[in-house]
Design a protein around this ligand. Sequence first.
Ligand SMILES: *Cc1c(COP(=O)(O)O)cnc(C)c1O
Length: 417
Amino acid sequence: MSFDTDAVHAAREDLTALGAHVPPIDLSTTYPVGNVETGGASYENLATGGTPAAGDSLVYQRLWNPTVGRLEEALARLEGAEQAVAFGSGMAALSATLLAAVAAGKPHVVAVRPLYGGTDHILATGLLGTRVTWVEADGVAAAIEPDTGLVVVETPANPTLDLVDLTALVRQAGDVPVVVDNTFATPVLQRPLELGVTIVLHSATKFLGGHGDIMAGLVATNAEWAGRIRSIRALTGGLLHPMAAYQVHRGLQTLPVRVRAQQDNAQVVAHWLTKQDAVSQVFHPSIEGCDPQGLVGTQMSGAGSVLAFAVESYAVAAAVAQSCRLITHAVSLGGVDSLIQHPASLTHRPVAPEARPAASVLRLSVGLEDPADIVADLRQAFAAATAQDGPAGQGSQAGQDSHGASSRHLRELVDHS
Ligand SMILES: *Cc1c(COP(=O)(O)O)cnc(C)c1O
């Protein structure tokens, strides 16, 4: 079946025989075990990362839930993985993956910056017992040590939209499994496992859910790693709630359509931004110079719908974000509505200063609105942020800053950031 058909039908094939049209939601926290011997064997299997065989007791929801299992089967299909494991958030999925490496006696992580702020933070703190070496994409091979358990990379990266050549990276990593955060691309645009990557990670809170109303995380990988990660999940308790699993599974049905339509809109917005005096740089793989290795069209089938752009200063960036009306000033991305945020203040706040995004940069997740309305909102936000005071304005009392904007206006906006 084609990808789009799988998105609609994966892990739903048994429904007609069940006499149902949409998946049932199983909310049981516990399950009858029946026979003590076989129940005990089921417990042993599930607690050590196994999957249930037909007729097995499911024992306890933290070990296995059929509604979550359906979502996992569907996402595995879309990523071309043997299995997937679902968590209550992207960070829970990442944490379980890191713990699986630590548990295997390989706590050293080679991490390619830039990464999502939370990923950077958890690696920088070593909270889970990992030890990190930060590298650029071409420095992976040199950073591998005998106890390196994982290479962690994000492409497109957050928030600069840098692209990393995964085939080259996998070659550098040698025997060390590569983890790719595929949150920005989704399997619609990029399937890292086909390039030799071992583990794909998702914040399903973003595109997979797609409507800003579910927190979820997913790992797609081979059966061996999935088993190890599931056993960590059983112990540490990061299971996704079955209601949320149902919603993410539903979200997958429209994923290809949403991703492509949002991408079309983002392309319009990105190109419009390149023509604005207020914008000094646009970061989106569709923009000339942003994809020097030519990975769009090869590794990725498209540029995606998250972009970033630089304005003149922090003050202007803050004022633009706060002046948007249609576009919500909020973190997160990948939903049907457009969101704008200031990474240095918010998502990338915990990142070390040398790796933190510039203070003049804003990130925009482009949604499904008419791109003309998105552009109009940005136009009025730029105007508000860089407004010269007219004859009727208060400029004479407020004073002008070096960018010609009302400094009092900007200060007020910045103070409330
Ligand atoms: C949001 C995000 C995460 C973290 O996921 P949560 O669901 O918020 O825990 C990880 N990676 C990327 C790229 C993200 O955007």
